[in-house]
Ligand binder design. Structure first.
Ligand SMILES: Cc1cc2nc3c(=O)[nH]c(=O)nc-3n(C[C@H](O)[C@H](O)[C@H](O)COP(=O)(O)OP(=O)(O)OC[C@H]3O[C@@H](n4cnc5c(N)ncnc54)[C@H](O)[C@@H]3O)c2cc1C
Length: 388
């Protein structure tokens, strides 16, 4: 199905094996605040690497796996089948970075990330700037051979395990005053501190603290690209991440549909399996149909990227895939809770965990409203036949 090549199927198979190995540990992670023993997580990271699931998005000449966009989707789809972010050890370092990184940055940040020796986090969002990144108030000031960074960043995912952060701020002086610039900040660094670590709906080991940057000095060699380039990196990253969000949502919805169907076939009420009841059949059928639609859309989007489609069309199609797959997965999770009945409200049940975990897929990497705005803009300028 879907015209996958033998190589695609092998990659998909290895990723599925990995997901099956992690699934039995989900409840333990859920009940222990998202954490598994450190040595267990380290073992999972090594296993993901051994199975060829890490740095799938990075070029082969740098030590990555150089998978096609479709193959990356196949891996992340399996990652998405596992709750509690246990499969996030299948890392995807910033694939846009090698294009702009200096030789120094390649050695210090890019290669170690590809090898799994260093981990990044993103400090972009602020209290007053989320969808509208241009509203950030963080600043960067040149001082001799250094930049001095100030600002308070929100929702900095994986800060608790990261070795370095991408920090985005506005330049306060020089020819590019008022424009955005991005910096690599080693962690820990003097002046970087956690303000607080809020609790979120999902239960995962990756925290999202509010982080203050106060008079943080970084060498000028830590500037990514040129002054004024800060905003341009986001577009490439967003295209990639939106497609991967869509892929993970396929995995979640696929697993939920499978598990609720098995339950419905086995669960007897008044002597008949609930899968024979019209109301339950409606939920199963709608879930499968929407999964098929979302998967076809996502795979087709990945294939268009591999075929070198115009980048603006890629951008709109990645938005469509993210929008549809994330909303589809939310509906499937809601139905799965309903089909499982009281069991679906228990934390040990996959539907309960995904019901909470999938909600953020409609928020991060651009909310559903922002995706609709992007799609509608492309639609009005390019027309239906260019995009769909
Ligand atoms: C768990 C989690 C992890 C995250 N991780 C990171 C991270 O690692 N690094 C990072 O920098 N950020 C991170 N974020 C931030 C995330 O990207 C933002 O939350 C998201 O972009 C939305 O921004 P906001 O929360 O400020 O909401 P707002 O932008 O304030 O939006 C509020 C509401 O208004 C709507 N809205 C906004 N603008 C428009 C518009 N033009 N038209 C129509 N509706 C609009 C939105 O869709 C939303 O419904 C994370 C967030 C969460 C929840």
């Amino acid at each position: 199905m879907y015209g996958l090549s033998d190589e695609d199927l092998r990659i998909q198979g290895r990723a599925a094996t990995f997901a099956e190995e992690l699934i039995p540990l989900e409840t333990e992670a859920e009940l222990s605040g998202g954490d598994l023993p450190k040595e267990v997580t380290a073992g999972h990271a090594a296993r993901a690497r051994e199975l060829g699931l890490c740095a799938t998005n990075m070029p082969r000449e740098l030590g990555g796996l150089g998978y096609t966009a479709l193959q990356q989707v196949l891996v992340q789809e399996q990652v998405g089948r596992v709750t509690n972010a246990l499969a996030w050890v299948a890392t995807t370092p910033p694939s846009w970075l090698p294009r702009v990184a200096t030789p120094f940055q390649m050695e210090k940040f890019v290669r170690p990330s590809i090898l799994g020796e260093r981990e990044e986090c993103y400090a972009i969002t602020e209290e007053g700037a989320g969808s509208d990144v241009d509203a950030i108030e963080a600043t960067a000031r040149r001082d001799g051979d250094e930049y001095v960074l100030n600002g308070e960043k929100w929702h900095v995912t994986s800060y608790n395990s990261a070795d370095y952060a991408f920090f985005q701020g506005k330049l306060t002086g020089g020819a590019h005053a008022g424009e955005h610039a991005m910096f690599l900040v080693d962690l820990p660094s003097p002046g970087v501190r956690v303000v607080r670590t809020p609790a979120y709906s999902h239960t995962i080991s990756h925290h999202h603290p509010i982080v203050a940057f106060e008079e943080v000095r970084v060498p000028a060699t830590h500037l990514v690209g040129a002054e004024g380039d800060g905003m341009s990196f986001a577009y490439e990253w967003f295209r990639f991440e939106r497609l991967m969000v869509a892929a993970r949502c396929l995995g979640a919805a696929g697993r939920l549909t499978q598990e609720m169907t098995q339950f419905a076939a086995a669960r007897q009420v008044r002597g008949v399996p609930i899968a024979t009841l019209g109301a339950i059949q409606g939920m199963l059928a709608d879930s499968l149909t929407e999964l098929f639609a979302a998967r076809s859309l996502t795979y087709e989007t990945a294939r268009a990227i591999d075929a070198g489609t115009d980048v603006k069309i890629q951008h709109a199609q990645c938005s469509m895939a993210k929008l549809y797959a994330s909303e589809m997965a939310g509906r499937v999770a809601d139905r799965a809770v309903q089909v499982f009945g009281g069991r679906g409200y228990m934390r040990e049940n996959v539907a309960e965990r995904f019901f909470r975990e999938l909600r953020v897929e409609r928020i991060w990497e651009g909310t559903s409203e922002i995706q609709r705005m992007i799609i509608a803009r492309q639609l009005t300028s390019r027309g239906v036949s260019a995009l769909a």
